[in-house]
Design a protein. Structure first.
Length: 225
């Protein structure tokens, strides 16, 4: 199976995605199909990536919006009904102390805050064109107080003198477009970065590859190199 196709496990034909209308030809619902083939692939990788890109930023019907309390209650009820309908294998059970100890041990090995996939894409590119580039897993020494919390920037670029040239903030399209988050971002940038320059990149720019030209232009205009 290639990245452009996925296989229907009933008729064994290849499709871009397994849809409800296709399953109707086999007289089976989507729920029945998933139950019968729990590990079945429903979307091809290419279809999934295109769908993801087409729903980024302003193309997303929920861009800058939040659900009303009425809708939130309805969604909560649907989720509870679904959970009660399908038995969870851990319902009424607890992990053993041995299992909990393994979880704790593995948890301690993890680095926090984690580097997101788009942050790492930007970091890898910056690391090639700008010496002295660090992302936040290695920025334990660069902590900025904000609202009684320690804030660690996503990426910091340092010049040959050991001084901070500029910060890079990589924002996801969903979380950073919410009303409360937008207000907090604006206040944080105004307070923290008032003496330093900051470049803000968005998820859509990173996934589309536009961020490379944005970074080059920013560095050139500010004469960082």
């Amino acid at each position: 199976m290639d990245d452009k196709k996925c296989i229907c496990l009933i008729c064994h034909k290849e499709y871009k995605s397994i849809t409800v209308s296709h399953l109707n030809t086999h007289n089976i619902t989507m729920q029945e199909y998933r139950k019968k083939f729990p590990h079945a692939v429903l979307w091809s990788k290419e279809f999934k990536n295109k769908r993801s890109i087409n729903r980024l930023g302003k193309k997303n019907y929920m861009y800058g919006k939040t659900h009303t309390n009425k809708v939130k209650k309805r969604l909560s009820k649907i989720q509870k009904d679904w959970c009660s309908k399908y038995d969870n294998q851990f319902t009424g059970h607890h992990h053993t102390e041995k299992t909990k100890a393994i979880f704790r041990k593995n948890r301690n090995k993890q680095r926090f805050p984690r580097v997101s996939s788009i942050e790492f894409i930007v970091y890898e590119y910056l690391d090639d064109i700008y010496p002295g580039c660090f992302y936040h897993n290695y920025l334990k020494v660069i902590k900025i107080s904000y609202n009684k919390r320690k804030y660690i920037p996503d990426i910091v670029c340092i010049n040959n003198k050991g001084e901070i040239s500029f910060f890079v903030e990589v924002n996801g399209e969903y979380w950073h477009t919410l009303y409360r988050t937008k207000e907090e971002d604006e206040a944080r940038i105004k307070k923290i970065f008032n003496e330093n320059k900051v470049l803000i990149l968005w998820e859509n720019d990173v996934l589309s590859g536009k961020f490379k030209n944005i970074i080059k232009k920013y560095i050139k205009n500010n004469q960082f190199i």
